[in-house]
Design a protein around this ligand. Sequence first.
Ligand code: GLU
Length: 545
Amino acid sequence: MTRKEYSELLVPNVEHDVNYYEEKYPKRDLKVGEMVTRFAPSPTGFVHMGSLYASFVDLVMARQTNGIAMLRIEDTDQKREVENGIEGIVNDFKNLGINFNEGPSFGGNYGPYVQSERGDIYRAYVRKLIEEDKAYPCFCTPEELEETRNIQELEKARIGYYGTWAKCRSLTMEEAIEKVKNGEKYIIRLKSPGNFNNKVVLHDLIKGNIEMPENDMDIVILKSDNLPTYHFAHAVDDHLMHTTNVIRGDEWVSSWNVHEQLFKVLGFEMPAYAHISPLTVKEGNTVRKISKRKDPWAAVSYYHQKGIPTEVIDLYLATINNSTFESWYLQNPDKGINDFEFEFDKCPIGGTLFDIQKLISISKVYFSALKASKLYEGVLEYTEKYDLEFHELLKKYKEYMINVLNIEREIPRPRRDISAYEDVRKFTWYMFDELYFKEAKFNLEKKYNIELLKDYVNNYYNESDSKEEWFNKIKELAPKYGYAAETKAYKQEPEKYVGSIGDICEAIRVAVTSLTMTPDLYEILKNLGKERIIKRINFFEESNK
Ligand code: GLU
């Protein structure tokens, strides 16, 4: 039997050989510096902040070099997969408005972009390695492997399948064929050419040079389910997809020597590597990685439900990602992420604590800079999904709502109360009669002078007054009811008055909004208009009876 036939016996039913794939996926036409990156999640759950951070780096580096960012689903470990995992990931990204240049449901000429659909491709390369005597079948049972491990522990030897411990490595072709014919189960292992005493150096774009021993483990490349391991699959994929920069979590640093060897053995050109450090959280005295399971706020769906836009998450991730971004952004608030040049060597080397307060404060700045009409569009879209009652009101009163949203907005120091679309209702509901008359709750313990309120709206309030005129009218009204027209006078002799002008404003505010704190009262009244103010004061009176 030739080695080629041997490889076909061990890895049957493979339609094409590697030459076919080498031709099918030709080199990309890239200019110097253009990066091809890939975000390669396993479909083990929702997209979370940690994975979003990794994908952010993939996307910005590709975008700013005019390159390509791919989404690749790594689902060769089917035991870990969750139901609808792939769909979930793609939908999470689409909901966030994040588009990859290539990937499942994004298109591209280097697909399929789901590893479980690429089985034939991997098997062609496994065959090639067997043919070249760089891989071999291993018939060891789990019990045998366990036994080897126990002996290694006893002898204080390195644990693993390597050197003389690698039993099946020395099987002859004939012995192996015999076992296959007898129906013995096997997997395929790499015949590692490495020597543990040699050193290899990873030139990591973020972490700098990292020296480690050369790999000498005969790692599994094709499992018993006929799918490759991550190590093997990613090497083949990054080669055929012509990835220039592998950007991934730093938990992969320690197996880089395996990857380096695989690329060499397969005759592939090595991509550059950038290992990013994880987002972490503090738990008691320890710091741990963000967890999908433990941290509900780590799910991107959490931000989606609250209505924190992707732009905000991106600004936060940019702040984490490059130490100089934040100060640049503060100096250039009118610019965006795409105007900033990210560099690998400014990425954090150690883990970064995830700081939701920081994200919220970034969000407040972001929302404060939005034009009212843009904010309106955003909240309209948000409520369509999460708050239909409010959505209907927004549709019905479009112009009105834009004016309401514009209170203390589009000015040099705009209000910074909104941090998510879900907040908009919280800060504006009382401006809608449909909600005010239904939901207003008054603190009935505090007594306000209803006569004053009625007098004010009937005889003093005028919709067309300027702010100054408006305020002067309240001052005019004050002494009539025993209030101080000037706060200063009140402060000097509080016993002489029932209150100050501020108390009159509070009474008006409470009557028309039910709240003691709102944005500019003058603007609120103007937007409500005299007729509605009267109705609300009457309602307030009724509620106080
Ligand atoms: N599938 C791997 C993971 O989810 C990807 C690592 C890589 O980007 O190469 O961790």
